[in-house]
Design a protein around this ligand. Structure first.
Ligand SMILES: [Zn+2]
Length: 283
């Protein structure tokens, strides 16, 4: 399906490995959840978008995409641009992401849940942007208001350990990290994954709030004994419905029209209007 109109939606979900194994949100029996359209692909300036699902939670409209829009034959940078360009056209104001991560902090166990409040970008994809019109201030990059709602919904649905702050280190992947890389990160970050950047920059660029729910699926190399791939897939399958419920609960409890956060004001018009396509905004 191409050349179809992008539906208006205040909310978006960037699905990761947490909801991938489930038919989210069709797998959730809540009566206020209705699938409105499926397998929507849009033409974007960065190529055809991945498939979106459009659904409602009560009166609220939501666009969701699987696995960050990543797919073979498309660079992750382009996939992210296609996804966030679509969100901007839809008028999205609140974005929730989720995903499995590795541990860096030695106190973490498998299947701990973390709602990070900061990130450390070690990826080389820092220049992924839409049109570069804005200088992006990355204070409170993970929206405090959206995080608070995610934390409340997670506490309601999950009986295990929940960490209400932490730093997410971003690497490029697709490979995991070496023991030396994990050792270097220790003391600077708590978890490691591959998705929070560039999504966090693109969300700020479109003026949307962004926050995420992450759960540990493997130990960083060198942290402790070898981890098993079996544990990791168990977590993905067992927890998918719960993660979906937490996200829907968050959407029910957070407003899109009234935002009590600074997210929108933390993007500033760049002073480098004529050169922004070729230049960074600092340096
Ligand atoms: Zn916000």
């Amino acid at each position: 399906m191409t050349d179809i109109k992008i539906p208006a939606a205040d909310y978006a979900i960037v699905g990761g490995s947490g909801t991938l194994s489930s038919d989210f949100p069709a797998n959730i029996p809540d009566i206020d959840v209705k699938i409105l359209a499926d397998n929507l692909r849009f033409e974007t300036p960065y190529g055809q978008s991945p498939a979106f699902r459009f659904f409602s939670v009560g009166e609220k409209k939501v666009l969701t995409v699987k696995m960050h829009g990543w797919r073979s034959g498309v660079t992750r940078a382009d996939a992210s641009r296609q996804v966030f360009w679509t969100f901007r056209e839809a008028g999205v104001k609140r974005i929730i992401s989720e995903g499995g991560v590795g541990t860096v902090n030695k106190l973490l166990d498998l299947r701990d849940f973390i709602i990070p409040d900061d990130y450390l970008d070690l990826s080389v994809r820092k220049d992924v942007m839409l049109d570069g019109r804005y200088l992006l201030v990355m204070r409170d990059a993970l929206c405090p208001e959206l995080r608070e709602a995610l934390i409340a919904a997670t506490k309601k649905r999950f009986a295990g350990r929940i960490f209400t702050r932490g730093t997410y280190a971003v690497t490029d992947g697709r490979h995991f990290e070496s023991p030396a890389e994990i050792a270097m990160l220790n003391g600077h970050a708590d978890i490691v994954g591959q998705s929070i950047a560039p999504e966090v920059y693109l969300a700020r660029e479109i003026g949307a709030c962004y926050a995420g729910l992450y759960f540990t699926v493997n130990y960083g190399e060198g942290i402790r004994e070898k981890w098993s791939h079996h544990d990791m897939s168990d977590i993905f399958y067992d927890d998918a419905p719960m993660i979906g419920q937490i996200i829907l609960e968050t959407i029910r409890n957070v407003d899109a029209e009234e935002r009590n956060c600074e997210c929108l004001s933390l993007r500033k018009e760049t002073l480098l209007k004529d050169v922004y396509n070729e230049s960074s905004s600092k340096g």
